[in-house]
Design a protein around this ligand. Structure first.
Ligand SMILES: [Zn+2]
Length: 92
């Protein structure tokens, strides 16, 4: 009787162990397959090579890469400037 209980316990432990191992393997496989859309990662890294999109400075009329531009939000819209001086001129 006791032996049967031990046997059941061991098989149950083995089953849960195998199940967790299979779960881990499936998870790893899923991560390998779906590299384009990982489900539990934070914000996506910006796909902006070479400083990103060029933005027009409305003050002096030059184009600045989005990554290096000085920005200002006006009614929810982001405006890009080549420098803080241009931004201040725009504000005035
Ligand atoms: Zn400017």
């Amino acid at each position: 009787m006791f032996r049967a209980l031990v046997y059941i316990l061991i098989s149950l432990l083995l089953l849960t162990f195998i199940r967790s191992v299979i779960g881990l393997i499936m998870k790893a496989m899923g991560e390998l397959m779906g590299t384009s859309a990982p489900p539990s990662s934070g914000p996506q890294p910006k796909a902006a090579p070479q400083g990103g999109e060029l933005k027009l400075d409305p003050v002096c009329g030059t184009y600045i890469p989005e990554a290096t531009a000085t920005t200002m939000k006006v009614r929810g819209e982001t405006i890009y400037f080549c420098s803080a001086a241009c931004r201040d001129k725009y504000k005035a």
